[in-house]
Design a protein around this ligand. Structure first.
Ligand SMILES: Cc1cc2nc3c(=O)[nH]c(=O)nc-3n(C[C@H](O)[C@H](O)[C@H](O)COP(=O)(O)OP(=O)(O)OC[C@H]3O[C@@H](n4cnc5c(N)ncnc54)[C@H](O)[C@@H]3O)c2cc1C
Length: 359
């Protein structure tokens, strides 16, 4: 195979496969493809020098893991023969197969995989969360869930159950009321797991308020808006907010690539609906699966196979079934594992009923 990466001028690169975003999804696709392609046929654009393993953030918030355990130097994750461009995409130009970067490069590709995730700054807050849980001395503890689709829908409850367990062990719980507030009409999108979580919340005297969205945080009160426009104010002594999340601006400003703000791909092949040489992976997609690392792990095999097919003029035949998994710790010693596919079909992989606090 010829050397496909060509440094055309001081401001232009060319490659066979361009991967935008070196998070869980981008790295995993690059690893799957690097053996099949030649030296520097793949360019991976990622601005950060540190990779954060986000599923650990909840455990850091609950004091189970230390923050440095979630970090790896990004360069240690770049596959051999893949060129890492430490930069970020500013603009996509899918009609011309080019992206423009913040440092002023143009990168021309044959096939592109977009895995830019969702915007968040959790890494700055998870250590603070653990300090606040430890310092809390009773009162009203409020945990919120956002209206928008976000990463790992179970994370907001996980941290609540862990805080409840910690406060119970420290005897803070008898002088504590816990409230969970969500704009949704259920604790989880799949009825089997929603029923199990309802039972857990009920047994622990956790008050669950549905159809309320957090709209303002004051110094001792959180303001929520109801589905019919009414405002509800809850005083708090401890507030844990799961913020709204959305894809980064490079994507949301490219109207040709998105639908309702997310990358518009076919839900089975993960190929873009208008640009057949563009694929997507992970949290930035508009597919109706849960946004989890478990979903990314399944998607990466599908995307790698379909990218390969596209490069050789074949139709994308590999199909993603919507698999996602969400381990929800319900205490420091127990948890349930939700596993499901498109359509809310439960597909558990352990030989036990996974709602019976299996962890
Ligand atoms: C608190 C928390 C708890 C979680 N718990 C779990 C769990 O228990 N189980 C589970 O399976 N999943 C969990 N997840 C979800 C999981 O971490 C994500 O679904 C997964 O990381 C998504 O991978 P991604 O590649 O789509 O996005 P990310 O891993 O976020 O990567 C996106 C990458 O794109 C880069 N990027 C952004 N903009 C640009 C640009 N313009 N140009 C180039 N690069 C760009 C970013 O720097 C980043 O490296 C959790 C997430 C959080 C936040």
């Amino acid at each position: 195979m010829s050397l496909a990466l060509t440094f055309l001028s001081s401001l232009c690169y060319r490659c066979k496969v361009l991967v935008v975003g070196g998070g869980a999804g981008g790295c995993s696709v690059a690893w799957r493809l690097h053996r099949k392609l030649g030296d520097k046929d793949i360019i991976l654009i990622e601005p950060s020098t540190v990779h954060y393993y986000q599923p650990l953030f909840t455990l850091i918030g609950a004091g189970i893991k230390a923050f440095p355990q979630s970090q790896r130097p990004f360069k240690s994750l770049v596959p051999p023969r893949v060129m890492w461009l430490k930069d970020q995409v500013d603009e996509f130009d899918p009609c011309n197969n080019i992206v423009h970067t913040q440092c002023g490069y143009r990168v021309r590709y044959e096939v592109m995989v977009i895995g830019v995730g969702l915007k968040n700054d959790y890494d700055k807050h998870c250590t603070k969360c653990w300090c606040c849980i430890q310092q809390f001395d009773g009162g009203h503890a409020v945990f919120t869930f956002p209206k928008e689709v976000g990463k790992c829908s179970g994370a907001a409850q996980k941290i609540m159950y862990l805080a409840h367990d910690y406060w119970s062990q420290r005897k803070v719980h008898p002088r504590t009321n816990i409230t969970y507030v969500t704009p949704k009409d259920a604790l989880f999108g799949i009825p089997k797991y929603a029923r199990a979580l309802n039972k857990i919340a009920l047994n622990r005297n956790i008050a669950v308020n549905h159809h309320l969205e957090l709209v303002e945080v004051k110094s001792r009160a959180a303001v929520f808006r109801g589905s019919n426009g009414q405002t509800v104010t809850l005083p708090y002594n401890f507030l844990h907010v799961t913020p709204p999340m959305s894809p980064p601006a490079c994507l949301t400003k490219c109207s040709e690539l998105i639908d309702d703000g997310y990358l518009d791909v076919h839900k089975y092949t993960l190929q873009h609906k208008c640009y057949p040489n563009v694929y997507g992976i992970g949290d930035c997609l508009n597919t109706p699966n849960s946004k989890t690392a478990a979903a990314v792990a399944q998607q990466s095999g599908i995307v790698a196979q379909n990218v390969w097919n596209t490069m050789y003029g074949r139709p994308p035949t590999a199909k993603y079934d919507g698999y996602g998994a969400c381990p929800i710790l319900t205490s420091y010693k127990a948890g349930i594992i939700a596993e499901f596919k498109y359509g809310g079909t439960v597909c558990e992989t352990l030989p036990v009923d996974q709602v019976v606090n299996v962890l």
